[in-house]
Design a protein around this ligand. Sequence first.
Ligand code: NAX
Length: 332
Amino acid sequence: MKDRVKVVVTGAAGQISYSLIPRLVDGHTFEDKIVDLELVEIPQVVNKLEGLVMELEDSNFPNMGNVNYTANFEEAAKDADWFLLVGSIPRGIVFNGKKIEERADLLQINGGIFVGQGQAIGKFGKPDAKILVVGNPANTNALIGRHAANNESQLWMAMTMLDSSRARSVLSKKLNIGIGEISKMIIWGNHSPTMYPDFENIMVNGLSGKDLINDMSWVENEFLPVVQQRGKAVIDSRGASSATSAAKAALDTVMACERPTQSGDCFSAAVISDGSYGLPEGIICGMPLMTTPDGKVEIVRDIILSDLAKEKIKISTDELIDERAAVEDLLT
Ligand code: NAX
């Protein structure tokens, strides 16, 4: 009998999920495991998921197990292995009669969602459940959810894989190499324009990426701003935020956690800081991670940070500290 994995996806009727959900059951992300899906939406749109379920059935995915859709997160959370928390309220929307423009309002509203979801995950999710927060502000939402879950054996992550994919894409063009030739692409800090894509520690076919780039003016004037502002550039062009690339990044994060990391490599996600690298403790901060052969996700601790890197990372961790202060009432 094949192994099974139960995956909860929130925001299941949104644009990221439309690209994400089918690929959870295509036999690639979880290899040959049977994937049971719990698709969660707010009550106002939950019925739309009936159509998505029809499409999933009509796609004949061989690895698809039971598929359920619901507005009841607690029900969905029972014995789940993975939680992909995509659902959130976007900036600009009218919520309870008020247009949400300020980051502080966004932090409070979305933070509120993550209190309830966190409690349910802590209580009903598997003890070794992995949680990937995609909905923005992802790092602080994950901090709130993790606090509410109060379950140390579960792993809470916020997604920075899309930032690392963007950085790889820009680097592969600059160095005229394939994406797969780049390893150790680390995103430090917040999933926001302050995040720091670490060009000094990347490796290209065993050689130092920094030496191969050897062009600080390009790093400062192109690489960093392009990667940091890529999300906005996509919105300006599409009139909507990144969706298919965000879905791919979520799948890449799941796969990075499901398979052992190759020796010498690492992957990017934000996890709770334990003070490694001198980062402030108690924020969810982008860091280098690895999955051990027995399936544990750990912080990689042997990266060397230059003074320049420390300076840039501090801008992002200061922002995370400010975000934490703005939601302090949700963390008590
Ligand atoms: P959509 O607005 O298309 O979909 C979001 C869905 O979430 C909606 O259907 C909404 O009804 C649902 N939702 C809201 N509150 C919910 C709740 N309490 N429980 C369940 N579902 C709920 O947005 P989409 O483009 O899919 O983006 C989703 C989130 O990802 C946004 O917050 C967006 O900012 C964030 N992103 C994060 C990225 C990252 O790298 N971490 C990159 C892409 C994206 O910007």
